[in-house]
Design a protein around this ligand. Sequence first.
Ligand code: NAG
Ligand code: NAG
Ligand code: NAG
Ligand code: NAG
Ligand code: NAG
Length: 441
Amino acid sequence: MRRYLRIVVLCLACGFCSLLYAFSQLAVSLEEGAGGGGGKPQAKAASWLAGGGRGAARGAGNAGSTAHPGGADRCKDFFSLCYWNPYWMLPSDVCGMNCFWEATFRYSLKIQPIESMHLAVVACGERLEETITMLKSAIIFSIKPLQFHIFAEDQLHDSFKGILDSWSFLQTFNYSLYPITFPSENAAEWKKLFKPCASQRLFLPLILKEVDSLLYVDTDILFLRPVDDIWSLLKKFNSTQIAAMAPEHEEPRIGWYNRFARHPYYGKTGINSGVMLMNMTRMRRKYFKNDMTTVRLQWGDILMPLLKKYKLNITWGDQDLLNIIFFHNPESLFVFPCQWNYRPDHCIYGSNCQEAEEEGIFILHGNRGVYHDDKQPAFRAIYEALRNCSFEDDNIRSLLKPLELELQKTVHTYCGKIYKIFIKQLSKSIRDRYDRPPKER
Ligand SMILES: *[C@@H]1O[C@H](CO)[C@@H](O)[C@H](O)[C@H]1NC(C)=O
Ligand SMILES: *[C@@H]1O[C@H](CO)[C@@H](O)[C@H](O)[C@H]1NC(C)=O
Ligand SMILES: *[C@@H]1O[C@H](CO)[C@@H](O)[C@H](O)[C@H]1NC(C)=O
Ligand SMILES: *[C@@H]1O[C@H](CO)[C@@H](O)[C@H](O)[C@H]1NC(C)=O
Ligand SMILES: *[C@@H]1O[C@H](CO)[C@@H](O)[C@H](O)[C@H]1NC(C)=O
């Protein structure tokens, strides 16, 4: 009897081990499928594994052309962030092999809760609807939870609260509302600079002292892919980089800074601060080289002297100050390609953002008010489609067809001619997140 029992136990143990092995092989092959660039093989395996359900193929793709995560790279940290995701539906920066082991040990190890992604925006004047649409686009596609930091003029607070509270059933985001604040001694001077409260963003590292990293965006931004993907660029920073932005222009012949600026600026054409990813821990720690004193200054000490010195020479306010700072500290900037901050400048005189032509637009930036006038109908069509849609899965899935028809009406404009790049990534994001795998396959 004893002997039988031993044999049975042995068999069970062997069976368990081979099962573990089989699943780990599966994790590896899924990983390879995802690494290949296309979402297809992964999606198929995922639908088999997940047996349907929304978002089965979420993890496909990677974070853009400069940021190809090499397979080996992603597997370095043994334990990663898959606690709340089954390992076959991973965010793009996570290695399937890790998650397999992590899932195996989940119950014997205390794993920290998932970190939120922090997103900040500054809303003044008539920017309520635009800001709400931006936040909606962030929520629709993102995978990890979001923490919004909304800086707004006092009269907008009730409206924000009303709308965001009505979305709280989603449980994928939290928010905090803040008044517009400046360092008290120079408040008046800062408020005058550029538009009423755009320079607020310069002070985010000093105000949000507890926050490690932050994505700042203008109100006229629309996310066409998960915030997770730009957030994952933080991990690509080398040891000296503290912030990431896109160039102001791709084409020097129409660049602003290189033709008109009366102050130093970063690189060939300057940088645009409409989408700004920051490791604020590093920004608060760093001592910045500058052209005012021979000693290096910390973030909190550099801004006012800089404003005093360049007040008469700057045109675009705080963005100019950022350009001056990174001119003197170029090793601290991570430059991401134009498809992460795609503006009318990239197409109004003909297409000049090559990365977007290849992979589609990742983040749309409708500056110059193009969401609200008739100058760039392609930008406006995307804005209205997202503004009009709700959080219903069906509603989001059915957003594409009418949008494409709307875009086809814009082909008389330079931006409309390349309308396909406006929906290339958007369609993929919707597919990855909302398409149920067909039942019969
Ligand atoms: C939002 O905050 C509450 C309370 O602090 C917390 O329990 C919840 O997990 C948070 N949700 C997200 C998505 O961060
Ligand atoms: C401001 O612009 C003027 C005219 O181009 C230039 O002479 C001056 O040096 C600039 N000031 C600073 C602080 O760069
Ligand atoms: C930001 O930088 C600090 C200090 O180097 C580091 O500990 C932290 O992990 C970084 N944050 C992210 C999200 O990479
Ligand atoms: C980090 O990257 C920047 C930009 O490519 C570069 O200038 C800097 O030297 C790099 N820092 C290190 C420590 O390699
Ligand atoms: C969005 O809704 C408005 C009115 O609510 C309507 O006029 C407009 O045509 C809609 N736009 C799109 C692109 O669906």
